[in-house]
Design a protein around this ligand. Sequence first.
Ligand SMILES: [Zn+2]
Length: 318
Amino acid sequence: MKKWIWMIGNNFDDDKYKKSFEKLKKLGISQVLLNSNEATLENLLPIATQMDIKIHRWLITLLKNDKEIIYKHHDWFTINRLGESSADKPQYVNYYKWLCPNNPEVQEYILKKVEALSRISEISGVHLDYIRYCDVILPRGIQPDYNLIQTEEKAQFDYCYCPHCREKFKNLTNIDPVDSTDPSKNKEWLQFRYNSITKLVNKIAVIARSNSKFISAAVFPTHMQKNVRQQWHRWDVDAVFPMMYHSFYNEDINWIEAETKRGVELLDNTALYSGLYIPSIKPQSLSKAEEKAKIGGAEGVSYFNFDALQNYKIKMSR
Ligand SMILES: [Zn+2]
């Protein structure tokens, strides 16, 4: 079982990185999905290489909270079925400002970023996160946190109805999705949005692979694919990391096995690593959760995240 970890590493100095990597190695973790600023990345890459820790750049792909981009490129952001931009009226949380995968300028922006990243020789891979649409329906276990009961696709949470998406879909089907009485029942419209993400992922994968990088993505559990428009089993990536955050779905650890199995069954040549939500797993149950992933057929697990694992004092010192 290969072990991975999601790690947010801003403001780490060299010594903190060395110590952190030593801890990870003791736990058998050698693959780090790292989100950090550029300066931190530059500093830590030689340390990681020396310690034989593989760094995969964890990319927040379609979520954008950059004031300059919002100001200069307001039209890059997704629009819901009420005609509201996610840049102005984000759903659920104020950082839910999403770029539209069908906007050619957005694609160019993301592909350029991946190209630059892929040229860094010490980076082992590119890991895509937030490579999807805003959740039209949230995971059932967290709906109460937002005082919501979501049983159907409501216009407010349904994206994207920007001019690019409407025109592209109209060219294919002669239907403008805003004219549809209930777009949530239109299978072609759903498939169009699945394909919009798939096409972008596959373009990114070509760039990463041409630079010999491993390409992977953090994705939602199988039953959530429709809610975030993520048909991830059709993506041309080396590995998927379904976020099997059982507590988000009011499930227990046993669910990890069944969900891993469902994911593995969908895939042909893509590896699956079960994403484990550490804050909802007691230290004494961690090995059981890993076992469930293994029985389900996963090639390994990924811990979310480093900070949560830091709280596992007993585990860390074993
Ligand atoms: Zn759009």
